[in-house]
Write a protein that binds this ligand. Structure first.
Ligand SMILES: OC[C@H]1NNC[C@@H](O)[C@@H]1O
Length: 447
């Protein structure tokens, strides 16, 4: 199975995100983001690092685009740092911020690489957080102002636009579990955030249509197959509610304009007042052109009477990545086939898939054969989905290079290129980068 067996216009790319690679956290007029503040707070990041410098991509973007060229990709997914454009979140525009993304897009196009731009990959301007962040509908309005400006400035050259990256992380991971910025631990707040982000998504799609009729827009969701640990009714019930929490809380509003009733009723018992918000969720259902799917692993759950979802994660015996995530390649096929069956027809992009492993630089080499196996199996399972008629239009490996892995700092390496943090952030191709390049050049097959 070679690259040429995938559709001729299939996009093969890599993905990154602004806070994780850019650095220059307070340069050229950029404002503070909630991640700048969170990373600087003691104890929030496991290795005590920040994204202040990260991979210094802000200064090295031409070098990094040369790496894309060297790999042979035809697409690149990146995100824009909102506080680099609007240092206060709204109002005054930072021209140097716009100039950076203008130059980035021009260089990508010059190198024959198609950009996929993500408007929001978690780095909210801190001034907006002072006023409640995503719990405040003023932030929805500020997001629309930000999105419209970018549509106007880059819409002539960027065709593919994603509104949000992983709203599950923006809401539940960051506002219920507190592991990501702004580090709040309150389910009611998380539900309000999820609601406002979904509303912002729908309004941005509507605004996009008025500004960019030729472009294509969508949203990027992190999706997991959720399997019961046994065939018992209780475990199957646990899987249904966990699937609502992980996947359908965002899929159903975006494609059906409603929340999944099974979980909605649970939350309404907890927060009766939350019911009044649901009338406006159909706003989220503006027709999109594609869905971005970020796939990493599956979840296995069993009944847990003590939890709100009556569900708890079960750790099954399995090969795992350095993040502790089960390696489950058939899950990408399962998710793509399910989305097509239950929410399609809709063009799909695998907007992120990849793995962290304990990569070691030895004699100038990084022999990451586990990552090659991981990618090979996920490419194959993506192809099996295409063979079943699923309109998968592209695949972006997470990530181009090692970078700031949020609460894990630089301790987890996902890159095809190794970043030597002890030697001036030097980029060194891992064995997987060489393998990917050969695959893209039709030199090797996936068998
Ligand atoms: O955890 C790996 C990736 N998952 N999706 C969002 C990205 O920002 C993460 O680095």
């Amino acid at each position: 199975m070679k690259r040429e067996m995938f559709p001729g216009d299939f996009l093969w790319g890599v993905a990154t995100a602004s806070y994780q690679i850019e650095g220059a956290y307070n340069e050229d007029g950029k404002g503070e983001s909630i991640w700048d503040r969170f990373a600087h707070a003691p104890g929030k990041i496991k290795d005590g690092t920040t994204g202040d410098v990260a991979c210094d991509h802000y200064h090295r973007y031409r070098e990094d685009i040369a790496l894309l060229k060297e790999l042979g990709v035809n697409a690149y997914r990146f995100s824009v740092s909102w506080p680099r454009i609007f240092p206060c979140g709204k109002g005054e525009v930072n021209q140097k911020g716009l100039d950076f993304y203008d130059a980035l897009v021009d260089e990508l196009l010059k190198q024959g690489i198609k950009p996929l731009l993500t408007l929001y990959h978690w780095d909210l301007p801190q001034p907006l957080q002072f006023h409640g962040g995503w719990t405040n509908t003023d932030t929805v309005q500020a997001f629309l102002e930000y999105a419209m400006l970018l549509f106007k400035k880059l819409g002539d050259r960027v065709e593919l636009w994603a509104t949000f990256n992983e709203p599950w992380c923006i809401s539940f991971l960051a506002h219920e579990l507190g592991e990501h910025a702004p580090g709040i631990k309150d389910l009611r707040t998380a539900l309000q955030v999820a609601h406002n982000v979904l509303v912002a998504h729908g309004k941005a799609v509507k605004a996009f249509r008025s500004e960019n009729p030729s472009g294509k827009t969508g949203i990027v969701l992190n999706l997991y197959p959720v399997h019961p640990s046994s065939e018992s009714e209780q475990d199957k019930e646990a899987a249904i509610l966990s699937d609502c929490y992980r996947n359908r809380w965002f899929l159903d509003p975006v494609f059906k304009g409603e929340y999944p009733q099974e979980l909605l009723s649970v939350y309404q018992k907890l927060y009766g007042d939350f019911a009044k918000d649901y009338e406006s969720i159909q706003v989220a259902c503006e027709k999109i052109d594609f869905l971005g799917v970020n796939y990493y692993s599956r979840e296995v759950v069993s009944h847990d009477p003590k939890s709100i979802l009556k569900s708890k994660t079960v750790k099954v015996e399995a090969k795992r990545t350095d993040m502790g995530w089960e390696i489950y390649p058939q899950g990408i096929q399962e998710i793509l086939v399910r989305i097509n069956r239950e929410y399609g027809p809709i063009d799909l992009y695998v907007t992120e898939n990849g793995a962290a492993f304990k990569d070691e630089l030895k004699d100038g080499e990084i022999r990451d054969y586990e990552r090659i196996d991981f990618l090979k199996e996920h490419f194959k399972n993506t192809y099996y989905a295409i063979q079943q008629g699923v309109p998968v239009k592209g695949y972006f490996v997470w990530s181009l290079m090692d970078n700031f892995e949020w609460a894990h700092g630089y301790s987890k390496r996902f890159g095809l290129f190794y970043v030597d943090y002890n030697d001036n952030l030097k980029r060194i191709p891992k064995e997987s980068a060489r393998w990917f390049k050969k695959f893209l050049n039709n030199e090797i097959s996936l068998e």
